[in-house]
Design a protein around this ligand. Structure first.
Ligand code: TMP
Length: 212
């Protein structure tokens, strides 16, 4: 059994990752590839419980390192219980957020020490990393407007604009530093154009072709 590929979609709040994750999975399935769509924080029963601790409550609820450790614990469970078994069965896994969100939100955004976050990543994931990470990039004001429109108001969406600007810059910096794993897609155009851009990247980097 050939191991599946692991793709993550990343970006600021309101960039459209959730919809694009679903569309990418549908396109892969139409090309004959069995997929698993998942998300972080969450993606396994235990990690979904941890998610609740992270996305609700007052903005100042956690110290940034505590918060990163909660995300890392959730991710470890998600990887062990959901992602690894699916990849081993040959499925392609598409995750709406993964480890880059922790480095960028807790590190660039909230100020946790980046070297500590890299150590936390090494501890929780060893050398497990996505085969491809697509960063959906959108201006902060537009992302927050879209996120507000879906009535969410999660703890993170309530953080200030400066925080969200640092998050945006953090994702772009990581993508610039490793063009092999990352690709950046402009998430401002309509849903179809963004989907098309994502499919082009996936087909160029991974062993799949999409018809039509
Ligand atoms: P979602 O709104 O995309 O479902 O994600 C919930 C929030 O969690 C989102 O605002 C980003 C944040 N987050 C982190 O701060 N660190 C992480 O490691 C992950 C996976 C998400």
């Amino acid at each position: 059994m050939t191991r599946g590929c692991f793709i993550t979609l990343e970006g600021g709040d309101g960039a459209g990752k959730t919809l694009q994750t679903a569309r990418l999975c549908a396109a892969l399935e139409a090309s004959g590839i069995e997929t698993l769509s998942t998300r972080e924080p969450g993606g396994s029963p235990g990690a979904e419980e941890i998610r609740h601790l992270l996305v609700s409550g007052p903005v100042e609820r956690w110290d940034p390192l505590t918060e990163a450790m909660l995300h890392a614990a959730a991710r470890h469970d998600h990887m062990l219980r959901t992602i690894e078994p699916a990849l081993g069965r040959g499925l392609w896994v598409v995750s709406d957020r993964f480890v880059d969100s922790m480095i960028v939100y807790q590190g660039h955004g909230q100020g946790a020490d980046l070297a500590l976050l890299e150590r936390l990543t090494a501890l929780s994931l060893k050398d497990f990393r996505p085969d491809l990470t697509v960063v959906l990039d959108i201006p902060v004001s537009e992302g927050l407007r879209r996120a507000g429109g879906r009535g969410g108001g999660s703890r993170y969406e309530r953080m200030d604009t400066g925080f969200h600007e640092r998050v945006r810059e953090g994702f772009l910096a990581r993508a610039r530093a490793d063009g092999e794993r990352y690709a950046v897609v402009d998430a401002t155009p309509n849903l179809e154009s963004v989907s098309r851009a994502i499919l082009e990247i996936v087909a160029a980097r991974l062993p799949v072709s999409f018809n039509g």
